[in-house]
Design a protein around this ligand. Sequence first.
Ligand code: NAP
Length: 476
Amino acid sequence: MKLPTQPFIDGAYRAGTGAPIQLINPASAAPLGAVEGVSVAEANAAVESAQRAWESGWRDLAPGRRAEILFNVARVLRENLEPLAQLECANIGKPIGDARDEIGLGAKVFEYYAGAVGKYFGQTIPVSRGGLDFTLRQSMGVIAAIVPWNFPFPIAAWKAAPALAAGNTVVLKPASLSPLTALRLGELAHAAGLPAGVLQILPGSGREVGDALVTHPLIRKVSFTGSTEIGRRVMELASRDLKRISLELGGKSPNIVFADSDWERAAAASPMSVFANTGQDCCARSRMYVERSVYAGFVDRFVAATRALIVGDPRLDATQIGPMVSAGQRESVEEYLADARRSGARIACGGDRPAGAGFFLNPTVLLDVGRGDRCWREEIFGPVVAITPFDDEAEMLRDVNASPYGLSGSIWTNDLRRALRVSRTVQSGVLSVNSHSSVHVEAPFGGFKQSGIGRDLGMAAMDGYTEVKNIYISES
Ligand code: NAP
């Protein structure tokens, strides 16, 4: 497999003279290759060339032509689905079936926003003075997109596609652990007709290159997905010149199972709501509340379904759970497990590494976790779930909402009034009833509280990549 090794700038792969990024295949722990990182000076120059690409063409291109190019990008991505999926699988150990789905999702995102170009517009407003008052939705300029390693391709697509559709240009910094599919995205989008400089891919250190982008005076908006800690720093730096920001951050999402639900189905479906992507998922339902009358039966079924998950080689079609992304990420999760053991939690299954190389960790079910314990309160970002019984709906919801996070969650009930009542009460940006579906290209995605600011996906994303201009034309 041929890996991209250089930043994609001004329509071509070019040398990067910043710190090189060494890649390790997480499934084997063997070196995979290296990518040249950009220096701060190269990142700054790329922002300036993205500004020129905005001013000298992309901003003023006929919307129909912009749409055509983005449809073309979607087509070219689909044509390259398999090599892109293989690349993601090797880079971060993503099971190949999931990797294919995610590349397909990225292509669909480009298609959706290509279609949005001609369907997104301002308003005419009957102002009291008479005359004609109307709004324009205008592009902003250069957008800095900073993305994490857990869903590298779809998140890159769901930032780049609406920003480009709205007429902006984009500089995208992939996470250092996962630069490969983002680099190919730059190359393929250019081959599909995106002019040089409109989408630049800048691998490099978050601390240096990320900071340089967030503080660059030509960047009009920072669209960030990552941890709450770094999101806070991005917000502080961006406040210096009042840059627009959107932040998609961490989560500690609840999965609430009522006794009146089809709880056996919930028990069968719920392991993948937390263990998919080896638990490295901002939407992972890592806190489970199960009504006491069905708790024992639910736990038995949930543990049996967890034990049946296929953990192993991510290149195989049957694999459901691949390795963790890095040795460090696995160690961080194991520290949480040590903490849980010390606090008296019971491990119903998992908690250990399977034999062999690679950064694998078996899916782990914790019982008897105290509500003040770290494993109950903090985002673990690994294959760990804690399950607790509840007796009283109101008390359970108080605990759900005591979290500083508010990203996602699921409710299982067959009582429609309860579904509505609980959905309205849970403080989170995304909720699903009798399902674990969190992400729909057509619907807004984002968090309440410390899970973020702003929304990705749906038409809401277009609002985030445009400024509203009001124009009044006098009749007198
Ligand atoms: P992270 O450490 O915050 O990194 C995210 C991105 O920020 C990476 O590209 C990173 O670059 C960059 N970065 C690091 N320091 C920076 C700085 N000082 N200034 C600007 N950029 C900087 O997060 P992660 O470990 O990659 O991802 C896991 C986190 O993302 C979890 O908390 C998860 O919940 C969250 N997440 C949220 C969503 C959502 O939609 N809400 C989706 C996915 C993931 P380097 O890689 O070079 O350090």
